[in-house]
Design a protein around this ligand. Sequence first.
Ligand code: MRU
Length: 350
Amino acid sequence: MARLKTICWIDDACRIVDQTLLPVELKYEDITSAEQMWDAIKILKVRGAPAIGIAAAFGLYLGIRGFVGTSVEEFMRYLDERAAYLASARPTAVNLFWALERVKRVAKSRSAGADVSSIKKIIFDEAILILEEDDRSCRAIGEFGFEELKNTKTLLTHCNAGGLATASYGTALAPVYVGQERGHIFNVYSDETRPLLQGSRITAFELKEAGIPVTTICDNMAAVLMAKGRIDAVIVGADRIAANGDAANKIGTYTVAVLAKHHGIPFYVAAPFSTFDLTLADGSGIPIEERDGREITHGFGRQTGCDGIGVFNPAFDVTPHELITGIITERGIARKPLTENISKLKLITH
Ligand code: MRU
């Protein structure tokens, strides 16, 4: 089945699905400057850790392609400056920084003897490579994940870690799509995911489009379903995973993990290796984005909170590694003890 392309390069522009309009409108937008890309990342037109990384790489190319001049040294300074600007869009998903660093590293390592226009081309090619690799990684996550989950039927997911958050298959939803290709149809419960409703607006939208049975629940309903024995496994994505397996993901993920533990339900995180931040020993160092409180009090055009009150709006939380059954990556599944098994996967190269 042809999947929605949330991000691609077409006709000299980076084309994205504007995810703020889903599920009412499926609208594509052509991004032609680094400023537009910064904005698109900031306001979640393009969102989900792997898609943010791809967007950042294209954003960097868009940022430097208009550079006028022949000095490679000046160009490199400009590249650093544009990358720092894009890096300020959102703090939690490490894929953003990973992609910018990777593009800069490749440009620098191949700059000796090259002129400015050929370095620009190297940067563009690297952005395309990041997109293509993400596609392959998500497919591999789907294969490993399906193998793990093929004896289950009903999954719960939180936020959107599907095709719309990556180049195509998604991470948490990749096993569902691989299952569909093999004739195993999962039922998916999708947490609504307050306050920006990525679960009901985006996950439910893409699963419905793909013909997968999906049921949306409010975030506070998961415990009831688990208690009734209606959830076989939980699978979510991640924005940054520390060396010990502590995993940052959309706010509310930690709550679901605690519930899963209480009910004896396996809890999986699915993410490509680009989402690991092995410079962090544990999750306490993961920067957590705090967003405008109006997303809670004035979400989607209607005031639902009082004026003049305090509002706490962290966009992510960190699920402690003890609550995670396994981390499904493109290199295989890291199981407990996570620290040890993550380091083993790190050594695997493709
Ligand atoms: O704020 P968002 O919508 O970018 O948050 C997205 C998530 O938390 C996803 O679960 C995560 O990025 C993994 S996407 C494969």
